[in-house]
Design a protein around this ligand. Structure first.
Ligand code: ADP
Ligand code: MG
Length: 551
């Protein structure tokens, strides 16, 4: 048996690991399952390229609790490690990785950001265990190895007699971390972090009811069978090609993500890009309901199908945090604080990519089925209006699909609205005046009065609309937004009233003379003052005294 000393420069790193991010102790399980997944996928790769004759088969990763022995096992059928590899990868590389990580971040452990989600790797096991064993056999034809470490810098490493390739990590759980020996707690962690990992994860067994054969007698009892309890879906929708998915599949995945959410999503956006960064995911516009839980059902961030966080602040633009779904990107740096995140180039690109995709989707929904889009407007307007207010790029794109509903449920884009009212609703400077109501009941009489004059009245009642109107007035120089109960409404001008004739003064004079030739001058007057509109180029009036004379 070999014993050794892990080469450390930081004296007693283990107490530090145990203290590190107290509330995040639970991540040890995700770290170990990530390693098991990596090892399994490595073996798959090696068999795929013909590096080894070892059969890949249908490997699973197993998590087992031994309550009496106070042990937790994580077992994989991956590449395994030789003794030399344990020396190298566990004693040197992994340890120095953990050491470096703690050195760098021990002072910023209070940062509420994503820091601490990744980085400790294998050594995070010591957050919950006072002793850790590794029993491992490489896929190469070499003896198995057994490594034991009791949370000090000393370890032992010896040959073992494990037959199958793969690795078993055995954690001797601390007395004050007993929760990790509870089935419910582990099940909860597996569902939280590993629900969509790419290798099936087995946690115990469950009874499955078999379907009755067709010719079974009436009183036959269905048989049950004990099957592996697989806690994950190894190929979730976002890892597939959009062309391979139907609308039903997207809805099914939504239910998988949010099992307690009974409303169906309004529509989805499938994200899929591999240059200049790698990102996949599916975003959903939820139906806005009274009882929706914005705090709980949020966008989830994954890295290679491992759950990282549902706090996507800084990564997804703020106006889209009301959406739901998944984004998965290995390119989002996670060991850093949020202020760093916001300045990171890749993250900025990701954020603007997401904004663009959302805008494109909205535009295509609008173009492809306008009626449906109008029906959904009430549910989606808050996100769109907030986006227009906060992101200039989105504001520009939204010109094509942002709708302005009237009090009579007509929906116009701004361009359409402008076309409708341009001849009827301007002020004395020729500025377009858009009338709107913010409360249909309170402003009812004003609305009716404006409608009676032939004006269009928008109904803009969302809480941020006043800010948005301010922005629009800034952007659209020739437009002002006026609330329907303002006294400015009385000063609106119809274009007809101020239309200028296309005729020159000489032409008008000529026209007048022509008319005077054919109508008796004594009885009628041809008026020039009215000749400033082509709709009524001139006015022929009978003088008041002439009219009276006839009576
Ligand atoms: P990382 O996963 O980021 O490389 P870890 O500290 O989690 O860092 O693991 C260190 C190394 O130990 C891994 O890179 C791998 O070589 C080895 N290792 C850990 N767990 C396993 C396992 N279950 N099977 C094979 N090798 C493993
Ligand atoms: Mg790891």
């Amino acid at each position: 048996m070999a014993t050794g000393k892990i080469n450390v420069s930081v004296e007693n790193i283990f107490p530090l690991i145990k203290k590190f991010l107290y509330s995040d102790h639970e991540i040890f399980l995700r770290e170990l399952i990530s390693n098991a997944t990596d090892a399994t996928l490595k073996l798959k790769h090696l068999t795929d390229i013909g590096e080894t004759d070892v059969k890949y088969g249908d490997p699973v990763i197993e998590v087992k609790i031994d309550k009496e022995g106070k042990k937790l096992h994580v077992i994989d059928q991956g590449v395994g490690m030789t003794k030399e590899e344990v020396e190298k990868y566990i004693n040197e590389v992994a340890f120095s990785g953990a050491e470096e990580f703690l050195e760098k971040y021990k002072d910023s452990a209070q940062d509420s950001g994503i820091i601490g989600h990744f980085g400790l790797g294998f050594y995070s096991a010591f957050m919950v265990a006072n002793k850790v064993e590794i029993l491992t056999k490489s896929y190469k034809d070499e003896p198995a190895a057994h490594w034991v470490c009791e949370g000090t810098t000393e370890f032992t490493l010896e040959d073992a007699d494990k037959k199958e390739h793969g690795t078993e990590i055995i954690l001797h759980i601390n007395d004050d971390e007993k929760e990790f020996l509870e089935e419910n707690r582990i099940q909860e962690l597996l569902t939280k972090y590993n629900k969509f990992m790419p290798i099936p994860i087995k946690f115990g067994t469950r009874e499955e009811t078999l379907p009755l054969p067709e010719d079974a007698p009436e009183d036959a009892k269905p048989e049950t069978k004990t099957v592996d309890n697989i806690i994950n879906n190894p190929s979730p929708a976002w890892t597939k090609q959009p062309t391979d998915l139907k609308d039903e599949d997207y809805k099914g995945f939504y239910r998988e993500l949010y099992p307690m959410q009974f409303e169906e999503p309004l529509f989805h956006i499938h994200l899929n890009v591999d240059y200049p960064f790698n990102l996949t995911g599916i975003l959903y516009f939820p139906k806005m309901t009274q009882d929706m839980n914005i705090q709980k059902d949020k966008i989830q961030l994954y890295q290679n199908q491992v759950f990282v966080t549902d706090n996507v602040e800084g990564i997804v633009p703020e106006f889209l945090t009301m959406l739901r779904g998944v984004i998965d990107s290995p390119d989002i740096p996670l060991n850093v604080s949020r202020s760093y995140l916001q300045a990171d180039g890749a993250v900025k690109k990701i954020s603007s990519y997401i904004t663009r995709k959302v805008a494109d989707k909205l535009k295509s929904l609008f173009n492809n089925n306008r009626e449906d889009f109008e029906q959904k407007w009430n549910d989606i307007k808050i996100v769109i209006e907030y986006g227009m207010l906060s992101e200039d790029k989105f504001y520009e794109k939204a010109q094509k699909f942002a709708l302005y509903p009237t009090v009579d449920n007509e929906y116009y884009t701004f361009d359409e609205l402008q076309e409708k009212i341009k001849d009827n609703q301007t002020d004395k400077d020729g500025k377009l005046v858009v009338l709107y109501a913010s409360n249909q009941d309170e402003q009812h009489s004003y609305i009716e009065a404006a409608k009676a004059k032939g004006y269009k009245v928008l109904l803009l009642d969302s809480p941020i609309v006043s800010h948005l109107l301010q922005k629009m007035e800034g952007e659209k120089e020739n437009t002002s937004f006026v609330r329907v109960d303002s006294d400015q409404v009385d000063n609106l001008i119809k274009k007809d009233e101020e239309k200028v004739s296309k005729l020159s003064d000489e032409e008008k004079e000529k026209l007048k003379e022509d008319f005077e030739k054919v109508i008796p001058k004594e009885k009628y007057t041809v008026q020039m003052e009215a000749m400033d509109s082509d709709a009524a180029p001139l006015l022929i009036t009978q003088p008041e005294f002439m009219r009276r004379m006839k009576e």
